[in-house]
Design a protein around this ligand. Structure first.
Ligand SMILES: *[C@@H]1O[C@H](CO)[C@@H](O)[C@H](O)[C@H]1NC(C)=O
Ligand SMILES: *[C@@H]1O[C@H](CO)[C@@H](O)[C@H](O)[C@H]1NC(C)=O
Ligand SMILES: *[C@@H]1O[C@H](CO)[C@@H](O)[C@H](O)[C@H]1NC(C)=O
Ligand SMILES: *[C@@H]1O[C@H](CO)[C@@H](O)[C@H](O)[C@H]1NC(C)=O
Ligand SMILES: *[C@@H]1O[C@H](CO)[C@@H](O)[C@H](O)[C@H]1NC(C)=O
Length: 514
């Protein structure tokens, strides 16, 4: 295993100084859905406080959808290395993050951490080896699938012309029913608070992985859900979907505030590093039945436009050397693995075959990012890709020929003036040919993201050398892409066969699954 030799280092570095790591993930939160990015609709005072008192990551990139990002976050390996670059894992799909991939939880365990996961997994659950309690966590509390009802915790999926429906909530690998009827943002928050309180007398450092359900859409019968007290905060938003979405974000913000309070009141905060990230760009109104905003960025969740991959992210910690800053450095979601590993006392230079690089000096002290390049993705099944090198981004093909390639204004009315402290993306004027000057199916498009973060101006013809160099770089990476891990749906997953629950349905995996 990647980090087996670390027991010794653990001893060398000692436990005393290892910080608690609180890794909070929002699901489907859009660029313009937090007030520290300038949202004038949805105040997020608790997330903002973490941002303003910490370091705002302004050039931070995640993957375009859930499974690729979560796999990258937990392994430091690019989805092209793990086979998880194409689509997300469906409820009936017999594949996932392979057991031979080492998670950050497994590494932290060896470095002496006590590991707890609260929330969404979505890295495969068809066999026991894939579920989170088997991936380095001491306790787990949450669900396995990509989406479900926020209150009854059931999930429906359409597979082979049938609707499959079942309950998906698990505690330490066992079905857990007492949460039925309770809103997930609140129960995940309470669970996180209780883990923090119970940790006070522990000698071990804490790793809390807190991937919230919010603000992903739920099942088709009721796509967006929030308790009335959060909905009541948005009388000014007249578009119903957007109002519900805002309520869900507001609940998330309260939850993060409550978790921060628990850290502070127990004193754990003094030696904590809080990382907050979205898993992908926002699904704009109509996408997945949701209603996020990435304004002014282009595109939506699931696309490789900036709106799909430029992510909300921040780090907050009393251990930051230069807090209260905006970092413009290029950072990728894979970078958290070696960064956390370094914080935990490991030597990140010994980690092999990662895509991520240790960014602690960049985040903490403002040292220049060691990263010059980000491969947004090469999807060899969907045949589309995008690459960033320095200020330039090359886009080759696109997932959808005819949709989600545009700019989607925020729906509904604003309420407050944008916070003057907000860190806002500035774009040049939109040229009239913005949506026609780039036709990524005909020829690769080139954008200078620093000057044109909205991807208005395709400059491929102006800089043919940069375009062909970046295309050559993609061609160079292409042979290293492993085959997609995706597998056809397996109807043995049907909850009807498992007491009405989504649970692993293959008890022992043969070699063909590994
Ligand atoms: C795990 O196995 C897969 C398929 O055999 C392989 O592509 C991948 O590189 C392996 N991962 C590691 C970390 O060795
Ligand atoms: C946060 O804490 C307050 C006060 O205890 C509580 O009313 C609220 O429901 C909590 N919010 C969440 C999302 O957990
Ligand atoms: C970290 O590992 C690298 C590569 O093995 C090694 O050169 C370096 O000396 C190590 N650093 C420390 C502080 O042990
Ligand atoms: C993939 O896209 C490239 C570039 O647009 C095109 O030349 C190629 O024919 C496509 N391949 C497939 C299999 O569709
Ligand atoms: C788009 O229009 C601008 C002027 O608004 C022009 O400078 C640019 O060359 C045009 N781009 C393309 C690819 O036609």
């Amino acid at each position: 295993m990647l980090c087996t030799m670390l027991l010794m280092m653990c001893f060398v570095y000692g436990h005393g100084s290892q910080p608690h790591i609180i890794l909070i993930v929002a699901d489907d939160l859009g660029w313009n859905d937090v007030s520290f990015h300038g949202s004038d609709q949805i105040p997020t005072p608790n997330i903002d406080q973490l941002a303003y008192e910490g370091v705002i990551l302004f050039n931070y990139y995640v993957e375009h959808i859930c499974t690729p990002t979560r796999s990258a976050l937990l392994t430091g390996r690019h989805p092209i290395q793990t086979g998880l670059f194409h689509g997300t894992i469906g409820a009936a799909d017999p594949y996932g993050l392979r057991p031979n991939e080492t998670t950050i939880a497994e590494c932290l365990h060896e470095l002496g951490y006590s590991n707890h996961m609260v929330g969404k997994w979505h890295l495969g659950h068809f066999a026991e080896e894939y579920i989170p309690i088997r991936r380095g966590f001491d306790t787990t509390f949450g669900y396995y699938l990509g989406k479900e009802d926020y209150f009854d915790h059931t999930s429906t999926v359409f597979a082979n012309k049938q609707y499959l429906w079942g309950f998906d909530f698990h505690k330490n690998g066992e079905v857990y029913k007492p949460v039925f009827g309770q809103y997930s943002t609140e129960i995940f928050t309470e669970k996180a608070e209780s883990i923090i309180r119970n940790h006070v007398n522990s000698k071990k450092p804490l790793f809390l992985y807190l991937p919230y359900q919010a603000v992903h859409s739920a099942n088709e019968d009721q796509l967006l859900q929030a308790p009335q007290k959060y909905i009541d905060r948005f009388p000014h938003i007249d578009v119903k979907k957007r109002k519900m979405y805002a309520a869900m974000v507001s609940a998330l913000d309260d939850g993060i505030g409550n978790v921060t309070k628990a850290l502070k009141s127990t004193g754990l905060y003094e030696n904590s590093v809080i990382i907050f990230t979205t898993d992908n760009g926002g699904p704009v109104c109509g996408f997945d039945g949701n209603c996020a905003s990435n304004e002014p960025l282009r595109g939506s969740k699931r696309t490789l436009w900036e709106g799909g991959v430029r992510g909300v992210g921040l780090v907050n910690s009393p251990l930051l050397e230069k807090p209260g800053r905006v970092s413009e450095d290029l950072i990728h979601v894979c970078d958290w693995f070696p960064t956390i590993y370094h914080l935990a006392g490991g030597n990140s230079s010994t980690l092999k075959n990662l895509y991520g690089v240790n960014q602690w000096d960049t985040v903490s002290s403002g040292k220049q990012s060691p990263r010059l390049e980000i491969l947004h993705n090469i999807d060899t099944v969907g045949n589309y890709s995008a690459l960033r090198v320095g200020d330039y981004k090359l886009v080759v093909n696109s997932l959808y020929p005819d949709k989600w390639n545009d700019w989607y204004p925020t729906e509904g009315q604003g309420k407050v003036n944008p916070d003057p402290r907000a860190t806002v993306v500035h774009c040049p004027n939109k040229p009239t040919n913005a949506s026609t000057n780039c036709q990524p199916f005909k020829a690769p498009c080139l954008f200078n993201i620093k000057l044109d973060p909205c991807e208005y101006n395709n400059v491929a013809d102006i800089y043919p050398d940069i375009t062909s160099e970046m295309k050559a770089r993609l061609d160079e990476i292409l042979p290293t892409v492993v085959p997609a891990a995706n597998k056809d749906k397996d109807m043995n997953s049907d909850p009807k066969l498992h007491g009405g629950n989504w649970v692993p349905w293959i008890k022992q995996t043969g070699t063909n699954h590994v």
